[in-house]
Design a protein around this ligand. Structure first.
Ligand SMILES: *[C@@H]1O[C@H](CO)[C@@H](O)[C@H](O)[C@H]1NC(C)=O
Length: 399
């Protein structure tokens, strides 16, 4: 190779490296703007159900009229697109009448038979479902998730799922405060319109939805008088947005901000630009403290799969620690708790492990699966059991 060829090659390497660094710097700079951040965190414009009509739930594998699409009003004037999913056995019992009703979006949910089956049954249970980033009520593993949630008692467990503002057919722009407002509207609908008392309601969230779930669980536990749901289930939760950025990989492969963790000052400086912090670790601690203080019986389950490449499963033991720490007056160190957990943990081979922390008032349960990825896990029987465990603990007559 001649000297001049080597020079030319070196020049190209230098240019491409400079372009690469410049592009990355631009990306990081963009990330400091609130609207770009919102798109990265919420991915709400990525619908994934583009060629199917959410008003025709049969396109997503449901029976005729098993799902009723409708809309829920939020206090600030926005409207949320929602689905009420009937459990299968209840559907079978009322099949003839359901087939006589038109299917599709209803402007007055209270006139639908499905709704009356929910409201008028004193045994009915309701799962309020808070989905993760991107997509809609009909995307990906969310639909098998609704089936798994009611599979334990398919006569009684209904599911209410909705799109936060800015997602799918719900207009507006998502943010931490507005999504919490959306969640409050959904709880309000459940307790006031559907007339289901909180003791028959389970809060279920996955991924980003776990942050919303813990936020409203905390909100109601802190209100006076406190209001407590049957329980809260969090699948693939995260500690807070900064810790998530430190480990997050787009599509499980491309690290976004995590390379900057090696430069703590720069990383922390970037953190000051994060608008929506979603500090579940603080909220989970306040939620537990409030319940321990009020003496209300609470049940909190955290589930994560070790092969979750989107949100590392290590977030779950950290959140578990923040929750347990709030039950110990003097606090407990992370390693000390891990040692205690080791003594109590039940190992189930390829099914993973679980451990429970019980106080006089509550149960905090951690389930770490070996397999389940980030979202496939939602359709697994572990989800069915988590819902049943909570409903039966909240009311021993439930079966
Ligand atoms: C753990 O609990 C103690 C006592 O309430 C508190 O002082 C401490 O800040 C908590 N630790 C964390 C990491 O939240």
């Amino acid at each position: 190779m001649t000297g001049s060829m080597l020079n030319v090659m070196l020049k190209y390497v230098c240019i491409s490296a400079t372009v690469g660094v410049a592009l990355y710097a631009t990306l990081i700079w963009l990330l400091t703007t609130a609207s770009f951040q919102a798109h990265v965190v919420y991915l709400h414009k990525i619908q994934m159900t583009w060629f199917r009509d959410l008003d025709v739930p049969e396109m997503f594998g449901f029976l005729y009229n098993q799902v009723t699409p409708f809309s829920i009003k939020v206090s600030d004037g926005e409207a949320l697109y929602a689905w009420h999913v009937l459990p299968l056995e209840l559907y079978r019992e009322h099949e003839a009448s359901l087939l006589d009703e038109p299917s599709g979006f209803v402007s007055d949910i209270t006139s639908s038979l499905a709704f009356k089956l929910l409201r008028d049954d004193p045994e009915a249970r309701l799962v309020l479902h808070f989905h993760g980033a991107a997509g809609t009520v009909g995307s990906g593993y969310r639909t098998p998730n609704y089936r798994a949630l009611s599979a334990g008692q398919p006569r009684k467990i209904h599911v209410l799922t909705f799109d936060y503002r800015g997602f799918g057919r719900s207009k507006g722009e998502p943010s931490e405060s507005s999504m919490i407002l959306d969640a409050l509207a959904v709880v309000n609908w459940a307790t006031n319109v559907a007339s289901i008392p909180p003791s028959r309601i389970l809060i279920f969230g996955q991924s980003l939805g776990t942050a919303v779930s813990i936020a409203i669980s905390e909100h109601f536990a802190l209100q006076s008088p406190p209001l407590l749901f049957a329980g809260t289930v969090l699948v693939a939760p995260f500690v807070d947005v900064m810790s998530l950025m430190a480990t997050y990989r787009v599509a499980g492969t491309i690290p976004l901000v995590s390379p900057l963790v090696r430069f703590p000052r720069l990383f922390n400086y970037l953190g000051t630009f994060v608008r929506d912090k979603w500090s579940s670790k603080d909220r989970i601690a306040r939620y537990i403290r409030a319940n321990e203080a009020s003496g209300n019986k609470y049940r909190l389950t955290l589930i994560h799969a070790e092969d979750d490449w989107d949100i590392s499963w290590h977030h779950t033991p950290k959140l578990f620690w923040h929750a347990v720490n709030a039950t110990v007056p003097a606090g407990i160190a992370y390693d000390e708790l891990e040692a205690k957990k080791d003594e109590r943990k039940k190992y189930l081979g390829a099914a993973g492990s679980f451990v429970e922390w019980r106080t006089e008032n509550g149960v905090i349960r951690e389930e770490i699966l070996k397999y389940g990825l980030h979202d496939v896990i939602m359709g697994y029987p572990i989800i069915t059991l988590a819902a049943m465990r909570i409903f039966t603990a909240a009311d021993s007559s439930f079966r």
